[in-house]
Design a protein around this ligand. Structure first.
Ligand SMILES: Cc1ncc(C[n+]2csc(CCOP(=O)(O)OP(=O)(O)O)c2C)c(N)n1
Length: 617
């Protein structure tokens, strides 16, 4: 690691001899493989962006200029080159550095990222602010071809093109989203992306004319003007961008040259860089989708098949079971085929499987259209990414009362991906959607039967929310009831739903040994809330402890308090254990539960505190 060790500042990186850059890139790749194989994280995208990031840091000043990585999962090299090399062992660990850009972490991270397709819009805003406040910095957005399947990107591009603000958009095109990319733009890019032979020819041509810069420049101008007159440059040109590319994204000097050119233009410029996902680590080159996000692994052995039954797999299996006898059932995803457990379904029922790219808003409106015409769409989506579709949920699904089923995966804490990915808010925002039903299974058996119920027995919009990972000790199926008392008791009423049933039951068990008798009531239908049984219990025990993997707003606990107030039930004490304002940073789910007092001992401690509190006079 000779060269990498030398780099402490941006000036050090700029001082590296161009001849040494390929060696530096090799060292960075070894560093990434070594560290990410220990901590887990987004490997393949970062390996593909090594030369691109080095070039960006040699052309721009990451502290003064604003370099925005869309999604931000590919920003590890940027972190490495901006003072965080020694903290890489803490990547995605509790209190360690985040796996995404994080302004609290470094001035070189100008904006929080985690969700796709918004970097161009943020860049537009920063460029406008620069003009209005007469700032002196450059604005660059680095966007993947996957993120370009998101409509938001085009709103940003159209705006920048029209504003004429000098912004450089780098399109990092590896032909991949998490899986192979889909859609018309992906096809257009693959046409523009030329074969390696083209890059070889270009390199040789540049070398040949290296000593005659005037001739190179003259020929280049002739070629560009000819290209512009004879060949339409595609949508980027039409939107007001100077299109530069395609550039071999693993030829650092070529990327650097293109960036310098784009920077000098002082108009909107789009630099199309072609990269290979997983570059430099054979297993990741061969299976880039498997190496998109990884748990810890042994680099020499590569990823081992660590399949374990989780809620996503159970969802996928249930969809297969239902689709066998139902040609009207369709599964829809927004670039998350594997993550949502639909890969087997996609192979078995290709006509009933619809993959839309990173287009959650479109997915929801599209499902509404399908439902209106007699199909039952099930949109499998992570809780935090569904936030993107709020207006379509309200208007196209809610107000239209369309029977769209939302399979809301990763509801509650997701762990190491951190603050942008925690599924904290789905109950809050889905509760605002007209005519919405929200079901919360606690076990695989319940997920399976609640999904079936959502598809065949309920009408209007239905969300089934379930967590990341596996079920706990609770494995029963109580899905025929809206609320169910799992344990009787007279001192306190513990109300829970979904996966938090495990903590609630464990806490009640342990309280029992200490002479505190806790009643545990599990809510299966979170919305509309069927509260009679709970209110009866509260009249008896006078104490409420709610245990929820959701933010406080619109939580079951808060709604129960509202109902108690409305019905004149005076409580002796209340503890709402939940995700608070929903802003929860990275760590393992277990660590975060503990920190929030949501693990079994935290729940038990809260109950004890409550029971031993003096009754209000
Ligand atoms: C709104 C939203 N939906 C889904 C995701 C999940 N996601 C993270 S990275 C990714 C693929 C991005 O592809 P691309 O931009 O081409 O980057 P690459 O990983 O190929 O470098 C997806 C779908 C997300 N981050 N945000």
């Amino acid at each position: 690691m000779n060269i990498l060790q030398r780099i402490e500042t941006n000036e050090d990186l700029r001082a590296v001899d161009p001849e040494e850059i390929p060696q530096l890139c090799r060292e960075i790749r070894s560093f990434l493989i070594e560290k990410v194989s220990r901590t887990g994280g987004h490997l393949a995208s970062n390996l593909g962006a090594v030369e691109l990031t080095v070039a960006l840091h040699r052309v721009y000043d990451p502290y003064r200029d604003r370099i925005l990585f869309d999604v931000g999962h590919q920003s590890y090299v940027h972190k490495l080159l901006t003072g965080r090399r020694d903290r890489f062992d803490t990547l995605r660990q509790l209190n360690g550095i985040s796996g995404f850009p994080m302004p609290e972490e470094s001035e070189a991270d100008p904006f929080l990222a985690g969700h796709a397709s918004d970097a161009v819009s943020v860049a537009a805003g920063m460029a406008r602010a620069r003009t209005l406040l007469k700032g002196d910095y450059d604005v660059v957005a680095v966007v993947g071809d996957g993120a370009m399947t998101g409509g938001l990107c085009y709103e940003g591009l159209c705006d920048i093109g029209a504003s004429r603000e000098p912004v450089v958009v780098v399109l990092n095109d590896n032909g991949m989203s998490i899986n192979e990319n889909v859609g018309g733009v992906a096809k257009m890019l693959s046409r523009a992306r030329t074969r390696p032979g083209y890059f070889r020819f270009k390199k040789a041509y540049r070398r040949f004319l290296k000593h005659m810069p005037w001739l190179y420049l003259f020929l280049h101008r002739v070629k560009e003007n000819l290209k512009k007159t004879l060949i339409p440059q595609g949508i980027f040109d039409d939107m007001g961008f100077e299109y530069i590319g395609p550039i071999d994204g693993h030829d650092e000097s070529a990327v650097e040259a293109a960036l310098r050119w784009g920077k000098a233009l002082r108009v909107p410029a789009l630099i199309h860089v072609v990269t290979q996902k997983g570059r430099g680590y054979l297993p990741a080159e061969q299976y880039p989708e498997q190496y998109h996000g990884v748990n810890a692994f042994e680099p020499d052995a590569g990823l081992q098949d660590d399949f374990c039954e989780d809620f996503s797999a159970c969802f996928g299996e249930t969809m297969i079971r239902l689709a066998k006898s139902d040609p009207k059932l369709c599964a829809v995803t927004a670039a998350m085929e594997r993550g949502t457990g639909l890969d087997c379904f996609a192979r078995r029922f290709p006509k009933q499987f619809i993959e839309l790219g990173i287009a959650e808003g479109h997915a929801v409106a599209m499902c509404a259209g399908m439902a209106k015409q007699g199909i039952t769409p099930v949109f499998a989506v992570y809780s935090s990414f569904l936030q993107r579709s709020f207006d379509m949920l309200m208007e196209d699904v809610g107000l239209m009362k369309e029977h769209v089923v939302l399979a809301v995966d990763r509801a509650g804490l997701v762990g190491r991906d951190g603050v942008t990915h925690q599924g904290s808010f789905d109950i809050a925002y889905l509760s605002a959607v007209p005519h919405m039903t929200i079901l919360a299974p606690s076990s695989f058996a319940e997920l399976s039967s609640m999904l079936e119920k959502a598809v065949y027995q309920l009408s209007g919009p239905v969300a089934v929310r379930y967590p990341r990972g596996s079920e706990g000790g609770f494995k029963d199926d109580t899905s025929d009831k809206n609320t169910v008392t799992l344990r009787s008791g007279k001192d306190v009423t513990i109300v829970c739903h979904g996966i938090t049933v495990n903590q609630a039951l464990e806490a009640a068990e342990c309280l029992g040994t200490e002479g505190i008798s806790a009643r545990v009531i599990k809510v299966n239908r979170v919305l509309p809330l069927d509260a009679d049984e709970i209110l009866d219990s509260l009249r008896e025990t006078g104490r409420l402890v709610s245990v929820e993997d959701a933010c406080r707003a619109m939580s079951v606990g808060s709604r129960l308090l509202e109902l108690c107030a409305g019905q004149g039930i005076v409580l002796k004490g209340v503890r709402q254990l939940d995700l608070g304002d929903g802003v929860v940073y990275h760590g393992t789910v277990e660590q975060l539960y503990r920190q929030l007092g949501l693990d079994a001992s935290g729940v038990a401690a809260s109950v004890k505190e409550l029971v031993h509190e003096k009754d209000p006079a």
